[in-house]
Design a protein around this ligand. Structure first.
Ligand SMILES: *Cc1c(COP(=O)(O)O)cnc(C)c1O
Length: 373
């Protein structure tokens, strides 16, 4: 059937379905989407349930100003940057996951005008996915072969010769390659002209413990994205935030749907922040497990493993690189044995899970690599 009223370019896009649907996902190790392997502790769920029972009026719209949560986030961000009150609520905008903020930034810069974005690949797939849904062109530049740093010469050339580029997207640390921006990459971003928006996605900040927040006041064209979906264990509740100059924040506030964050999600994020010390305690364990996985997997001759500053590892067969087909077969063979991993950017991305999940992942990887490579 042809629905002639639809934009013709939508026919080429497919809905994003990371987890296979309709399968018994609870019996499988889900190491493909970089969530925390740990649910909220039962006491915090109880507390949240109490708030839901006694305070949340489901018949009323949630707080559209989101003032309480913004204030709590501003304090957390200032504290994490070790700069007292550096960040105020006027520097914060909230999204239904940082995915929503990525889309809002694309709308704010590129919709309704001829414009393009630059997102050095491989990187977080949503930048490209969301740009495509808005019919925004993506200028492709790659990364260096060994360390996966942005190919700065190429990127700079693109910016100088393509006056349509209005925004640059980078993740710090990057997904799927797990590396932080190097000093050279940061210098390049610092030097970009002020008419280009620089989006620095710190989704894994709580694992990397590295941030550019302290430089934000020098760069009105920078925006930092963070999320409650990873270390804070709230992926189901969809809370992300942007940190930027108040004028950029005002633009995001104008664009967002007034009730983009359900009351329950706001309450959960507040509780998570209030109990951050306790919640973030397991980050240490996850990092230890990551380092154990790294040590073991880097002994395997069939794959190269990149050092990671996040809660996941990126594996690639050494050159001559395995074909997409072979990688697909590896993913399927791992899934058949009970471990989900993500095939992306010409390699496999493995989320650090519980110690048991990680041990099973090692064992299964050894088996499938021996079988298929
Ligand atoms: C997981 C992730 C996000 C988080 O998205 P949410 O919509 O907040 O769940 C953002 N950026 C990167 C690079 C990620 O890996």
């Amino acid at each position: 059937m042809m629905l002639d009223f639809l934009r013709s370019d939508l026919a080429d896009l497919e809905a994003y379905t990371p987890h296979p649907r309709g399968e018994a996902v609870h019996s499988i190790d889900r190491l493909d989407t970089n969530e925390s392997p740990f649910d909220l502790p039962p006491e915090l769920k109880e507390k949240l349930a109490w708030i839901y029972r006694n305070q949340l009026e489901t018949n009323r719209y949630p707080d559209a100003s989101q003032a309480e949560l913004k204030a709590a986030i501003a304090q957390y961000v200032s504290e994490s940057a070790a700069v007292k009150n550096a960040i105020a609520p006027e520097n914060i905008s909230l999204g239904n996951g940082s995915d929503e903020l990525i889309r809002s930034l694309l709308i704010a810069t590129c919709v309704g005008s001829e414009c393009a974005i630059l997102a050095p690949e491989p990187t977080f797939s949503m930048y490209g996915v969301l740009a495509k849904t808005l019919a925004i062109p993506i200028v492709r530049v790659g990364r260096t072969a060994n360390r996966f740093e942005v190919n700065i010469a190429r990127a700079q050339y693109a910016i100088e010769w393509n006056s349509l580029i209005r925004a640059v997207f980078v993740a710090h640390p990057n997904s799927p390659t797990a590396n932080l921006l190097s000093e050279a990459e940061l210098d390049w971003l610092r030097g970009l002209p002020k008419q280009i928006l620089v989006v620095i996605d710190e989704a894994y900040f709580e694992f990397s413990r590295t941030s550019v927040v302290s430089e934000l006041h020098e760069h009105p064209n920078w925006v930092i994205l963070r999320t409650f979906s990873k270390a804070f264990r709230l992926a189901a509740l969809r809370v992300g935030y942007a940190i930027a100059h108040p004028e950029l924040i005002r633009a995001l506030e104008t664009l967002r749907l007034p009730y983009n964050l359900p009351g329950f999600s706001q309450a959960a994020a507040l509780i998570a922040l209030e109990h951050r010390r306790e919640l973030l305690q397991v980050v240490g364990l996850i990092l230890e497990e990551r380092d154990r996985l790294y040590r073991v997997l880097s002994q395997l001759p069939e794959v190269c493993v990149l050092p990671s500053q996040a809660n996941f590892l990126y594996l690639r067969p050494p050159p001559p690189h395995a074909s997409q087909e072979t990688l697909e077969r590896l993913v399927q063979a791992l899934k058949d044995r009970g471990t989900l991993v993500r095939h992306t950017g010409g390699g496999l991305r493995l989320t650090v899970g519980t110690p048991e999940e990680n041990s099973r992942a090692i064992e299964r990887l050894q088996q499938v690599l021996a079988e298929l490579l």
